[in-house]
Structures are given as C-alpha cells and as structure tokens.
Ligand binder design. Structure first.
Ligand code: AN7
Length: 404
C-alpha cells in the first residue's frame, strides 16, 4: 500500500529512507499508510490467506513481492483456564509469541524491516539488542543474503539468543555497557552510513509488529478483549499494538480499543514512574536491573509513544518484581504447559498483580502477550526452577527417586 514516513512529533514528511529520527526536530518517526481501500472490505475477507503477518499485507508499507519471510506470526492464542482459576478471573488468553520462527515476537517486525532493507538496496543491517532483536535480525539477514552486525551488552544477553545470533552468521559484538549504550553506538554507525538500522526506532519495524493485534482480533472473531497486558522494554511493541487498533478504528472495523497495560520490571521502570506522575515524557533509569534481561532498558526509545498508547487506551503502566516475574513464569509453565522467558512472564505477573490489587473484575476478558520462548534463557530456568537428579545406572536407584 502507498505509505510515507512522517515525524510523529512535528508532522514533517521525511524523504531520507535511512533517517531514524526527524531531520528537522529530532523527533520519533512513524509511518502512514493509505488504508482507504480496506474500508470496503470485511475483516473476514482477509481469511482466504493463512493466518500470519502477510495475511495483513494491506496494512503494511512494503510490497509483498520481495518479502523476506520465514512464515512468521500465526501464533496460538491459548485459552488458559487453569491459570485463570489461579488468578481468580474467568478467562485469560495467552498470545504465545514464542512460537515464531526465531522464538520471539521480533520476527513480525523483522520480516517487514528486512524487506524494506532490500527495497532500498541496503547491503548491511544492524541493531543493538538485549538479545531477541539480534537473534531475529540475524536470521532474516541470512535469509535475505545481507551482512549483519549486532551490538550487545556484555554479560546480559540470554544464552539462547546469543547462540542464535552467532549461529545465523551475524557479526556479534559485545560491549562493556548496557543496551542504552549499545543503541547509542549503533545509531551513530547508522548515521555515518555503515549500516541500515533495524531497531524498533526504525518505523518499519512497528508496522510488522502491528499484526499481533490483528491476529488477536481475528482469533477472537472480532470480539474485543477488555485489556491487553504486555511487557515494555524499548516500548516498540506497545506502540505497535496501539497503532494497529487505531488503524482498525480508522477503517471502521472496530469502534474502540482495549485498555493497554504496559508491564515493566521494578528495577527498570521509567515508564511506570512517568505514568504515576501523569507525565507524557520520562526520566531515563541510569542503571536498569532485572532478571528479565530482555527488558533491562533504562531509556526506552519509544517511551513517549508508549505513554500515549497507555493514556489514549485508558490503560496503565505497572511494575512487577523479579520474584513476581519468576513466579508467573513457573505458574504458566506448570499450569498450562506454556514456556516463556522471564520478560514475557512480566505480562502474566502484571495480571496477577492487578487482580490481587482488586483492580480487575472477574468477568474481564484479558489477553497477555507472551513475547518470547522459554528456551531463550535456559540459565534462568536451571537457576530458578529445579534440579536434575543424578544417580547410578541401576533400576533400584532410579525407582527410589521416582517413588520418593
Ligand atoms: C521477550 O531484543 O529490546 O517494549 O533488543 O525480547 O518492544 O522493546 C527486546 C525486547 C519484551 C520488550 N519481551 O519489547 C531486544 C529487545 C521480550 C523482548 C520485550 C523484548 P519492546
């Protein structure tokens, strides 16, 4: 569809395909797409195609002909009855983004972002990452035949994600600093023309990530959930979900949107602090800390967009402790058989907390977006959730352990 890049702050239309901020005011960029022809369609008209990111190609700003795709999206929406019982709600639905090709929601944005890279003739792509973005970019760059460089905070990327980036052949560079430092560096490299930046500050990334909201609506036959919980790190995803609902309203497919609840880890909660003060901007957190390394981000690039998404949808920002995150991760795994990484469990921990605070009514239809797979971070699992019993290779010894 026809689309154009615009400054989200001052409204200027931006021509430079490599710009990651407004050349006039320095503001965040966004994309506008001509959705006029969708007004005459019914949502179910799109169902001739299998569910997944490209079912919604009419909402995307790239041509599908050259799409770099690993068949991302089309992830399950689990009806978690047992979890709902534990939390004291009638219904909790879990959108399991761990089922994407590289095991996280980032693939939705990356199929569109790397397709755009091909469209504009980029040869090298790069990103800063707490792990999942780098794993995803490395895979899509491999598929597209592009060179790829990823900049990571040393010692704070989960083993599975690091292994993926290495495996798919990216140049993996670990810096003695945190994610915010890595992003500052890679933005400078992009500005100097060394690479095409594919962090979510690139406005094409959120376009792909919108499709998680389209899928949720599709899977619910367009019955609106009351609230959607999701983890917030750099805040690209909550913005993407909000933008998707705005677009559905603009073409008349829905009339209102669900309340968006952004969940951050207590040691890394700039958006929660800003929300508590009713502010539309935020103070960065200098030394973010959390077991959920994916969202260990103190200066979220799209933080201002996240706050708009939260205020406009009537939602809220909420923080949870590392202990609450690990409890939620374990409960989802043991009660439902759904394995997510700690950052993803923040959304579940958020529901549990709001329910305990008496701020959810029992009848609410709640969706949690669980952004990444448990296999991403095996070290947290082994450290937190149990042990492996080792005995002699004899029936008696094993029987003793089984029968207790
Ligand atoms: C599992 O990979 O920022 O709020 O560099 O991996 O859109 O940033 C990852 C973020 C949630 C937060 N859940 O999403 C990166 C990175 C998981 C994540 C988030 C991330 P945003």
């Amino acid at each position: 569809m026809e689309s154009w890049i615009r400054c989200w702050e001052c409204g200027l239309e931006v021509d430079d395909p490599y710009a990651d901020s407004c050349p006039s005011c320095g503001g965040l960029l966004t994309l506008e797409t001509d959705l006029e022809q969708l007004k005459s369609l019914h949502p179910y008209d799109l169902r001739r195609r299998p569910i997944g990111v490209w079912r919604y190609s009419k909402f995307l700003p790239v041509s599908e002909e050259k799409a770099v795709t690993l068949k991302e999206g089309g992830t399950p929406l689990y009806d978690c009855r047992c979890l709902a019982g534990i939390v004291g709600l009638k219904r909790i639905l879990v959108k399991y983004e761990g089922a994407n090709p590289t095991g996280s929601f980032k693939d939705r944005g990356m199929t569109v972002g790397v397709t755009r890279a091909i469209e504009i003739g980029a040869k090298v792509v790069g990103c800063a990452s707490t792990g999942n973005t780098s794993a995803s970019l490395a895979a899509y760059a491999a598929k597209a035949g592009l060179d790829c460089a990823v900049i990571l905070p040393a010692g704070n990327v989960a083993a599975g994600k690091l292994a993926q980036a290495v495996f798919f052949g990216a140049k993996v560079i670990s810096i003695e600093g945190n994610f915010d430092d890595a992003l500052r560096i890679v933005r400078q490299l992009a500005a100097d023309g060394h690479l095409y930046l594919l962090n979510s500050i690139n406005p094409y990334r959120p376009e792909g990530q919108k499709t998680v909201a389209f899928e949720i609506m599709d899977q619910l036959d367009y019955r609106m959930p009351d609230r959607i919980f999701l983890p917030v790190g750099n805040a690209g995803n909550i913005w993407s979900v909000y933008k998707a609902f705005q677009e559905l309203i603009s073409i008349g497919w829905i009339e209102r949107m669900p309340k968006l609840v952004g969940v951050q880890a207590h040691g890394s909660r700039p958006i929660v602090k800003a929300f508590a003060q009713g502010r539309t901007d935020f103070e960065p957190v200098e030394k973010p800390e959390t077991v959920a390394t994916a969202i260990r981000i103190g200066n979220p690039v799209s933080g201002r967009k996240a706050l708009k998404a939260i205020y406009d949808s009537g939602g809220r920002a909420l923080d949870v402790t590392d202990g609450e995150i690990l409890d939620a991760q374990r409960i989802l795994g043991r009660a439902e058989g759904v394995g997510v990484e700690p950052a993803s469990a923040a959304s579940i921990a958020g529901v549990m907390k709001m329910s305990q605070m008496g701020e959810l009514s029992k009848d609410e239809r709640v969706v949690c977006i669980c952004t990444g797979n448990v296999l991403k971070d095996p070290d947290v699992v082994m450290r937190s959730f149990g042990k492996v019993e080792k005995v002699r290779a004899e029936v008696d010894a094993v029987r003793k352990l089984i029968t207790g």
